[in-house]
Each structure stands twice: as C-alpha cells, then as structure tokens.
Design a binder for this molecule. Structure first.
Ligand SMILES: [Zn+2]
Length: 718
C-alpha cells in the first residue's frame, strides 16, 4: 500500500497556500479525468488544512486501502492478485485520505484502491506493438511530494501508429516503482491489464506496462490521444546493477535518481522511466541492446512536442531554488509563508514548453542549491561546494575565448551546472545541463568538460534541435580542439584514437554486410560522438579552421531564426560550406562519411620509390591503396634528415593513388595519414626509407603501423 507520510495541518494554513496555488492548465483541463486530477491537486493542498476531520475521504467515496496494490518497488514479475476493475467511473478519486486517532492524516492512492488495473502474469503487448507507437506530444502535470519521495502525474499523450499494421492496443510503460491508476481513450475509461516487464531501462530493472485496448484499431499513420494518471515513489535503486554483481555503494553512485527534499533527479528513460514510454525491454549485459534502445528512444522523441507543469510540495523552510526540465531552467514560483506551522508544506510551481524535444530522454531536476552566475553559465552549488564552485567559474573564464574563436561571441542559452549530492556520483549531461559534483577536480579535466558543455550551450535551439551528431560531434570536436591547443595535436589525436577501435568494430566492413548508419540517424554514441568528431576534424582539414568556424556559426544562426521546420537545418552543411567559400566538390565526403555509411577506409603504403633527381633533390613516388569502401583524403608526409614535406592525397574507395613529391636530400621516412582519418585498423602508416640509428627516428604516433626498407634504389620498397 502506498501511503504518504502523516501530515498535520492547521486550518489557518489553508488559505495561505491555496491562495497561491493555481495549477497550471486548470482552465484548459476538460473531461472527468482532468477534473479529478485538478481536484486532487487542489484537495492535496486544501486538505492540508483539514485537521481532526475523521476519515476525510474525498468525493464521498469510501476508501479501501486494503485493496490497494502492493508497493511494487523491485517487485517480482509475478503479480499480486488484483480485484477486477469496477465498472462505475463516476466519483473515482485519485487519492483518498484519512486521519488517524492522533490526528495524522494519511493519503493513499485511492483510485488504485478503487479501480486497480488487472495485473497479468504475461505481458499482452508484443514488441511489434511497442515499436509501432511513436509519441508526437507529451503533456505532463507533475506533482512531487519531496519529503515522501512521491510523484503523481497526469500525462496526456498523443501517439501515432508508425507501424505497418493497425494497432489494437497501445503499450505504455513506466518505472516499476510507479503504478498506473487510470487511462482514458477518447474520453472513456479503458480497462487495461498491467504486466511487469524485466527491463534495465529503469533503475529498478523493471517496468509496469499497461496494454491499453483501443475501441477501434488505429490505422498506420493515424494519431490518438490518451489521458493517463499514475503515481508512486522514486528512491535510489541499485537493483539492475546489483544483478550484474556491482557492489551496492558503487552502483548507487551510478543510479542516483531519486525524489528527495534537497535533490530530485529524474534522468528519464535509461535511468528512471518517470514518463510513459513504449519500448522494447532490454537488459544490461546483453551486448549493446540496452544502449541501442536508449538511442532509439531519444531519436524517436526528436520532433515530439513537450509540455510540463510542475508542482512541488516541499517541507516548510526547504524551498527548491532551481528546476530544470530537459536541461533547461524553468523558473520556480515559490510559496512558503513564514511564521506558519513548521509542518506545513510549501508549494513551488514551474512550467516548461518545447515545440520539439530534440535527441533527449526527458529529465527533471529540482534542488535546493545556491546559484553562482558567471558570464556563460550558472552553477547551482550545494552548501559544501559554495567555495569549490569558484574554480569552475574561473575555468569558465579561461576556456571562453577558445570557444568564442570557434562559435561566436556568446552561447545561445547559458550552460547550467548542477551539483550532485556526492563527490563519487557519476556525472550526467543533457542539452545545456551538466549534472556533476562541483567539488574541485583537476583544472585540466574541468576545462575539457566546460568546453564540451559550452559548445552545447552555443548549439542549443528550442525551435530547431540539431541532430545528435552535430550537437555531440561539435562538443567533442571542440573538446579535442582544446586538448590540441593546450597539449598539441598529437595529444588531441590520441584522444580520438582511444575511441577509434570501438568505431571500427561497429562500422560495416563492407556495404554488403550491413547498411551502416547515416550520421543524421545515429543513435549510438560511437557514431554521434566519435565518428562525428572525426568527420569535423576531416572537414576542418579539407577546408580550414576559419571555414569550419563560419559553417558552425551558420548552423547556430539558423537555429536562432527558428524558421526551418522538422529540425532539419535551414541550410544544409553543404550549402553552408559553399557560402563559406569552399569551391572544392565535397560530395564524395558527404556520400561516404555523412549521408550514407560506407564503413571506414583501410589504407596501406603499397610502395615507395625514392629517386635522386637534380641538384640534391629526390623525387619520391608513393603508392597508396585503400581496401575500404569509404574514400579518404589524408596527409602524406615525406621526411628527410633536415626537412618535412606534407601534401594531402585523395585515395578513392577500393582504389589506389600515386603521389609524387620532391624533397631536398635523401628521404628517410614516409607517413600516410596522421590519425585524423579513422581507419579500420591503424590510422597512421609509417615507412622508414633510410633507417637511421633508433635514437634519430621520430617518435611513432599512436595507432600507427610501420615498416622500414632500404632507400636509394628505384625498386619498390616493401
Ligand atoms: Zn555532450
């Protein structure tokens, strides 16, 4: 049974709170479910004043706590016996209340007590149903009771059948610590079975799935609106990680989502499923399936309209100071009258609207933190870190000129830093929000993190979210650019190289084996982060720093105007390159690396012919082969004892190129690729022509292959 903690209230308190509390959207709410939810919200507040009223159940409906569903946190898949659904919808309550002998008022999930959905042993929905449901709009009224770790939500959902066949039921899933209470289709109550699914997309390792039957099948392409109510508690759960054998202390630093008075963090699908989803169950440790499903979920929400109206009931004197929805600040209106009963809850409300979500899992953060504003960011620190946070602000000032060089004078929306409760808690980022413990780490690490976060702040657009590969790709590209600026190009390329093997693993070895993934549809970080960063490094090398900067500023400006529909950049990257003055035809690059996925190139130095020419010069002919299906434009370097000459060479997919270079003095080494073009195996190829003593050999870059051979002959080397 779900029970709010006892609340003692005085009548005088009612007016102070009720006068301030106007649930957002009340005017537009329609239908019985809306009426009831609104009524509940009001009564939750009004009832705080009712003291000593015996058995104050709402709407005159007798409560029946005995039949409330068992608390389902970490519940086994086997369901508890449930009463059948009563037929009369009228007079249902969402929560019911009672006051015990000592005057303590309790509130129970009254609707569940009235009309508990049927819980089935086996889910009735199948993956085909789950994959067909696309959410085109999510409108959430969220009520948090932070002291009780409780959430109650009324969610109005618009779903579209993106499948090929008519849908007869809509699967809707939430965390297993939450319970479905009511679902209406076309204004009528649906009798829906609920099943418990094992899925590590939630920290409890399980989801509660309602399979909502439809009065008539939903044809492909058609949409439908559902009106739903659910509630429950969200406390930290390490269940899914404990199952894998992770020690609990470590697991809880990873799965830190919870509702509490000081800090509420709900990261959404993949961590805690606090809003309804329709997804395929996925288990940690089953290859990349869980992460693929998280990516698929985020991609499916790219164009989803999203609204959230938040009401937070907090312990008197402990008002939240910041609310962040999908990483963006939602101003809080707080009512916490002084001089009233210390037991009285305060109320804070906030609203958030987005015409399109972008590539995110909706998240909600509410916390008691002190704001520290800086030029490009606001850091919200817990009391412990009010001093340490200054380091972040200093480093922000240090990295800002670098970010400005690339992206312009100021970010489109500020970066937000939110302090996590424990120094060991795993950081998390979404959009322009970075959630991390703000205790001081090494300045070097802060710098990289800040450059990355600021890039997101520059690229943020409420009108026209960029595809993940540009948003995350630019952030990662600039992060490596900062490393280059501080520690040189080799260190930056090392950073890229560390992720290349995972990319090589996932890329199709040939177009025949798999279709690959165009970057715009990428759902895996290795594509939208690693490959995207490489693509930007290559674009920079194919053009210039100045050109790429102009293109990126163009992307930002397009997002600013908000004119383009459907999240498609107003001007394509190709158009932006042209406008930036790039005359060279880069269509091969777009077709092999961005718009379609041809895998990675696979280069080898087939042969080197160093021939003495006039006046001490040498003509060096270098044959390069590409066994991969993506063309590559790489730097080729010939070194002599005293000089270095680099030229760029284009090697077509599944083809060869011969480059002839003239150098002063006998060549000692040829290098093909410097690591900026990712290849299937090594991304740097070095051939020594005139082996010197080992001391004189240049250090070999990471990820390199090398060979050596005698020089001075006109025979092919190797
Ligand atoms: Zn990022």
């Amino acid at each position: 049974m779900t029970v709010f903690p006892a609340l003692r209230r005085k009548k005088v308190d009612r007016l102070a709170i009720a006068a301030q509390f106007t649930p957002h959207g009340a005017a537009g709410a329609a239908g019985p479910i809306a009426g009831r939810f609104m009524k509940w919200l009001f009564l939750r507040v009004l009832a705080t004043a009712v003291l000593g009223t015996a058995s104050a159940s709402l709407s005159g409906t007798a409560q029946n706590p005995a039949s409330a569903p068992a608390s389902s946190s970490a519940a086994p898949a086997a369901p508890a016996p449930q009463p059948p659904e009563p037929s009369s919808p009228s007079g249902k309550v969402i929560f019911s209340r009672s006051t015990d002998e000592s005057g303590n008022t309790t509130t129970t999930a009254g609707l569940a007590a009235q009309t508990a959905p049927k819980v089935t042993a086996e889910p009735t929905a199948v993956d085909a149903d789950r994959l067909s449901v696309a959410f085109t709009a999510l409108d959430l009224e969220v009520h948090l009771q932070t002291a009780a770790h409780r959430i109650a939500v009324r969610a109005r959902l618009t779903v579209r059948n993106d499948g090929k066949n008519p849908l007869t039921r809509i699967p809707l899933q939430i965390s297993s610590s939450l319970n479905w209470e009511q679902i209406r289709v076309d204004g009528r109550d649906a009798a829906f079975p609920v099943a418990t699914l094992n899925s590590d997309t939630d920290h409890t390792g399980q989801l509660h799935e309602a399979a909502v039957p439809l009065p008539a099948p939903l044809p492909p392409g058609q949409t439908l609106t559902l009106d739903t109510v659910y509630s429950g508690t969200i406390v930290p759960s390490a269940h899914r990680l404990l199952t894998l054998g992770t020690p609990e202390a470590i697991a809880l630093h990873s799965d830190w989502d919870e509702i509490s008075p000081d800090f509420t963090g709900l990261r959404g699908f993949g961590n805690v499923v606090w809003y309804p989803v329709s997804t395929v169950p996925a288990i940690l440790g089953d290859g990349a399936r869980l992460f693929d499903e998280i990516g698929r979920h985020k991609l499916s929400l790219t164009h989803t309209q999203f609204a959230l109206h938040l009401t937070v009931e907090f312990p008197h004197g402990n008002a939240p100071t910041v609310a962040l929805v999908n990483g963006q600040a939602a101003p809080l209106r707080v009512t916490d009258a002084e001089g009233l009963d210390a037991d009285l809850s305060g109320i804070a409300t906030a609203s958030f609207d987005a015409p399109a979500l972008g590539f995110v899992a909706p998240s909600l953060f509410v916390a008691v933190r002190k704001a520290h504003p800086a030029a490009n960011l606001t850091a919200y620190a817990a009391p412990d870190n009010n001093i340490a946070v200054e380091t972040w602000l200093i480093e922000d000032a240090a990295v800002t000129p670098f970010v400005q060089e690339w992206l312009g004078s100021r970010p489109r929306s500020p970066l937000t830093l939110l302090d996590l409760p424990d120094p060991e808690d795993a950081p998390y980022e979404t959009g322009t929000l970075l959630v991390t413990n703000l205790g001081v780490g090494p300045a070097d690490r802060l710098d990289g993190v800040l450059v990355h976060g600021l890039a997101h702040a520059y690229l943020a657009s409420p009108h026209q979210p960029l595809p993940a590969w540009l948003n995350e790709g630019v952030a990662t590209f600039l992060e490596s650019g900062w490393v280059e600026k501080q520690h040189g190009r080799d260190r930056a390329l090392q950073m890229l190289e560390s992720d290349r093997p995972s990319l090589a693993l996932i890329e199709p070895p040939s177009p025949g084996t798999s279709a690959g993934v165009p970057l715009a549809l990428a759902t895996a970080p290795v594509y939208y982060r690693t490959k995207a960063a490489y693509v930007l490094w290559m674009l920079r090398d194919l053009t210039s720093d100045q050109t790429l900067s102009t293109v990126l500023r163009g992307l930002i400006a397009d997002g600013e105007s908000g004119k383009s529909p459907n999240g498609i950049p107003a001007r394509s990257l190709q158009a932006l390159l042209k406008q930036a003055g790039v005359a060279r035809d880069l269509s091969w690059f777009f077709s092999d690396w961005i718009d379609t996925d041809k895998g990675l190139p696979d280069l080898t130095i087939d042969s080197v012919f160093p021939n003495p020419a006039q006046a001490g010069t040498y003509l060096v002919a270098i044959n390069i082969a590409n066994a991969g299906y993506a063309a590559a434009d790489v730097p080729v370097t010939v070194r002599t004892a005293k000089s270095t000459l680099t030229e760029r060479v284009f090697i077509p997919a599944h083809g060869n190129a011969v480059e002839r270079m003239v150098v002063m003095g006998p060549p000692t080494q040829v290098q093909v690729n410097d690591g900026t073009v990712p290849e299937t195996t090594a991304s740097v190829h070095v051939k020594d022509i005139h082996p010197q003593s080992p001391d004189e050999r240049p250090a070999r870059p990471p990820g390199s292959s090398s060979s050596s051979s005698a020089a001075g002959s006109d025979q092919p080397q190797e």
